[in-house]
Ligand binder design. Structure first.
Ligand code: ZN
Length: 244
């Protein structure tokens, strides 16, 4: 979809559209900043839940559940590399419990099992191993729940806790949900759902989504639930670009 500048009348192609705050855009020809609300298309029709998503009604709440598994290619690689690595990391614990097995020594020999270096290594490796094991289990079994009630939109994950995955926003504060792309330094891309508040503040609701339609689905469910009309927000995933 292209926009037409109300001042100079030039047609701005999708690739050249500069979205600005307050639902305005800038014309590349004459520099005019104009409100384009009247030029945007109607909200997209409801879409089916993407793979890995389920939608249920819990009393009057709408509950969207997203499985963390299956994973992106990055996660698959980490899985393959990490399970044997995790097991290897537990070796010092085995060494402590069964020194005769690891060191080929019996309990009667004076082995340096209690040396300080060994204990530091043990704590380090055990901490590392526990962290990785926790991460791998979370990636396998965890789900993110987005609960849309009449009073709040809340996000949590279960059964394992995960930092930054729990938040709630009061519905009276919400102006508009929107989606955004996040590029990490290493060329991997993920998608996020934000809510724009009436105060102008943006709150990140769900992060780490693999596909743009995942983010759009969540944003759309919030819009449908509260009867919010889809409006472009500065910095959001362009409505003008194609789906992956
Ligand atoms: Zn113009």
């Amino acid at each position: 979809m292209s926009l037409t500048c109300p001042k100079c009348g030039s047609v701005i192609l999708p690739a050249d559209i500069q979205l600005l705050p307050q639902r305005t855009a800038r014309c590349g020809q004459c520099g005019e900043v104009f409100d384009f609300t009247g030029q945007i298309p109607k909200p997209a029709p409801p879409v089916e839940p993407p793979r890995g998503f389920t939608v249920t009604n819990d009393l009057s709440d709408l509950v969207i559940t997203r499985r963390w598994f299956p994973q992106s290619l990055f996660r698959k690689v980490v899985y393959i590399l990490n399970w044997p690595l995790c097991l290897l990391m537990y070796t010092p614990v085995l060494a402590l419990l069964f020194p005769q097995f690891i060191f080929h020594t019996g309990p009667n020999t004076n082995q340096p099992v209690s040396q300080i270096g060994f204990w530091i290594a043990l704590v380090f490796f055990l901490g590392w191993a526990l962290f990785f094991t926790y991460m791998m289990i979370a990636w396998t079994v965890n789900r993110t729940e987005i609960r849309i009630s009449s009073t709040a939109v809340s996000v949590c994950c279960y059964p394992l806790k995960w930092p930054g995955e729990s938040k709630a926003v009061s519905t009276t504060d919400i102006d508009q949900p929107f989606c955004s792309r996040h590029n990490s330094g290493k060329g991997s891309t993920s998608y996020q759902v934000f809510v724009l508040l009436h105060s102008g503040k943006r709150i990140s609701l769900v992060t780490g989504l693999e596909k743009p339609e995942h983010a759009r689905f969540i944003a759309q469910q919030i819009e449908l639930r509260f009867g919010i009309t889809d409006q472009p927000v500065y910095g959001e995933l362009s409505n003008f670009e194609g789906y992956d």
